[in-house]
Design a protein around this ligand. Structure first.
Ligand code: PMP
Length: 359
């Protein structure tokens, strides 16, 4: 902080994004990216550069919003597009929330947005097994944000549980962050509930399931009045949040349904195989509906400053030395856990071999 720091910024602890090293890492399993490239059609839509770059992009992202709307059987007016779902979520916090309830263990950007926008942030502890205590989110008198599947656990709530929360908080917006929902094999998305609940906002991203983390595109789905509010926030901050290339690439990606389905199926199969391998190595693994696994070893202990060889932080550094990046959060309740993104099939084979050698 300096003498120039605004009161608003004073005392804020910002979000720490996962590392993006460009050298030295052979297997990168720390930021839940898709290990496979975007589809050929998506790449083609970006080359040659599709639009005159000397002109501003379409501020309404009309073609992209229509493509997203058609994918889910919604109207274009029920879709908002932004620069990554982080931006969409930040706008939603600004647009709808005075106080907000969230689990204690969830996406760690939520408390940061709450803080910077002056929103009261109420945490509700997850159950012992890291499931969300649904009853505690009923009739909260606050806005609610839930990542579903949750991050970093990967555990999913059913659509019926989400509906219960949305139905019992009719005067508050319930934000369901479905960044990882495409990797769920059940039918747990809240999107089909949108037509019945004016207080439901579903937020999604192209960063994971569409292999476009580098393009920065996210979106929100909800009834028209919620979407209009998000547009108002956007036009109070930055009218052109999405560049022309991002709009073109994401439009092509969501239209290439065949490629999308193949990639998702591959990642789910790799997740299931890796989960099985990790069980065999003695790890506890949260049941995951996402493109990552949250794991811990029961022999990972901390005695004062002493850590056993199985402790998550020890394993993380040893994996790093071996050229493998995974994510570790030094936070209460999860300081013996690692979050491992699902990489390509051969990367996960190598990962489990290296891990086996370490323990
Ligand atoms: N929500 C959750 C739960 C996430 O893990 C992430 C990725 N860090 C995001 C939202 C943001 O993703 P993006 O901004 O790339 O769309």
């Amino acid at each position: 902080m300096s003498t120039f720091t605004s009161n608003r910024l004073r005392g804020i602890t910002p979000y720490t994004p996962g590392e993006q090293p460009r050298t030295g890492i052979r297997i990168k399993l720390n930021t839940n990216e898709n290990p496979y490239p975007p589809s050929v059609q998506t790449i083609r839509s970006l080359s040659p550069v599709p639009r005159p770059l000397e002109k501003y992009p379409d501020p309404n992202c009309s073609a992209l919003r229509t493509a997203i709307a058609e994918t889910y059987g919604l109207k274009t007016e029920q879709v908002f597009a932004g620069n990554g779902s982080d931006e969409v979520l930040a706008f939603a916090f600004m647009a709808f929330c005075d106080s907000i309830a969230a689990p204690d263990i969830t996406y760690s950007f939520y408390p940061v947005w709450a803080k910077i926008y002056g929103i009261k942030y109420h945490t509700i502890p997850l159950n012992e097994d890291f499931t969300v205590p649904v009853k505690r989110f009923i009739a909260t008198d606050k806005s609610v944000v839930l990542a579903n599947p949750n991050a970093p656990t990967g555990i999913v709530l059913t659509a019926a549980e989400i509906e219960l929360i949305v139905r019992t908080n009719p005067d508050k917006v319930v934000i369901i962050d479905e960044a990882y929902m495409d990797f769920d094999s059940g039918n747990n998305s809240a999107i089909p509930l949108i037509e019945r609940y004016p207080n439901l906002l579903v937020v999604r991203t192209f960063s994971k399931s569409y292999s476009l983390a580098g393009l920065r595109v996210g979106y929100a789905l909800g009834q028209e009045q919620l979407i209009r509010n998000l547009e108002t926030v956007k036009n109070c901050v930055n009218s052109y949040t999405l560049g022309s290339l991002a709009q073109e690439g994401a439009t092509a990606a969501i239209r290439d349904v065949g490629y999308f389905k193949r990639i998702i199926a591959k990642i789910i199969a790799t997740r299931e195989r890796t989960e099985h391998e990790l069980y065999k190595l003695g790890f506890e693994v949260c049941p995951s509906a996402a493109n990552f696994l949250f794991i811990s070893h029961p022999e990972g202990h901390k005695f004062g400053a002493e850590l056993t060889a199985y402790h998550a932080s020890v394993l993380q550094s040893k994996l790093r030395e071996a050229g493998v990046l995974v994510r570790y959060f030094d936070l209460p309740r999860i300081d013996n856990c690692l979050r491992v993104s699902i990489g390509a099939e051969d990367e996960m084979t190598r990962f489990t071999e290296i891990l086996a050698a370490l323990i």
